[in-house]
Design a protein around this ligand. Structure first.
Ligand code: ZN
Ligand code: ZN
Length: 220
């Protein structure tokens, strides 16, 4: 009886450990200098979507990384709370720019890998991790397996070529409500901090954002 209980307890422990491990995704820039990990990652703990906006396209163009966009100019993004993100190496190579006053776009100086988009301050409980910074190869599971399929596409009108119908849905009220309730839970749970992008004391970004001028923008 005791032995069987021990076996069951051990098995339960293994299942739990596996579940915890599977919720962690390694983060890595293309050259491997900037690294980290995202924890509690699953289709129900974040929000995956494809963004076709012109700013995301300009960001990839500025970095010379058109390869991070899909065939129609879309960026595959996973939104999650900042507190579940840790950067463990190479943070001195982090840079950021802004194309509008609302979003900071973070990337690496070493290999110009897009990292994430954040708000301009540390209070907003969302960081939008760009797919190029998630190391699914090392993780050994596909992006769809870990994050689930994209829930919607946004700014479809800026897609650079016609999008296939019925692969991913348009944002619906239900999807917006799901995102809003997630964001509310992260905010109530205090998951906007700690964040690897902002100084905890001064609230300033760790790197001064580079402002892209109008003429620079026009050239992208
Ligand atoms: Zn790099
Ligand atoms: Zn976008």
């Amino acid at each position: 009886m005791g032995r069987r209980f021990d076996q069951r307890a051990r098995r339960a422990h293994e299942v739990l450990a596996c579940a915890i491990m599977s919720a962690e995704v390694p983060l890595r820039c293309q050259c491997g200098r900037v690294r980290g990990r995202a924890s509690h990652v699953s289709p129900s703990t974040g929000f995956r979507f494809i963004c076709y906006c012109k700013d995301c396209q300009a960001f990839a163009s500025f970095l010379g990384r058109a390869d991070v966009l899909d065939a129609a100019g879309g960026t595959d993004i996973f939104q999650m709370p900042p507190a579940r993100l840790q950067l463990t190496a190479g943070t001195d190579a982090m840079r950021c720019l802004t194309l509008s006053s609302k979003v900071l776009r973070w990337y690496t100086d070493c290999c110009r890998t897009p990292i994430a988009n954040t708000a301009t301050g540390p209070r907003f409980p969302i960081v939008a991790i760009i797919h190029s910074f998630m190391d699914h190869e090392q993780d050994g599971r596909s992006r769809d397996e870990v994050l689930g399929p994209p829930l919607c596409r946004i700014f479809e009108h800026s897609a650079t070529r016609p999008l296939q119908a019925n692969t991913v849905s348009r944002p619906s009220l239900k999807i917006f409500a799901r995102r809003a309730s997630m964001m509310f839970r992260w905010w109530v749970g205090g998951l906007s901090r700690p964040t690897p992008f902002f100084d905890d004391r001064t609230k300033a970004p760790h790197v001064a954002p580079r402002l892209i001028t109008r003429s620079e923008r026009a050239a992208l």
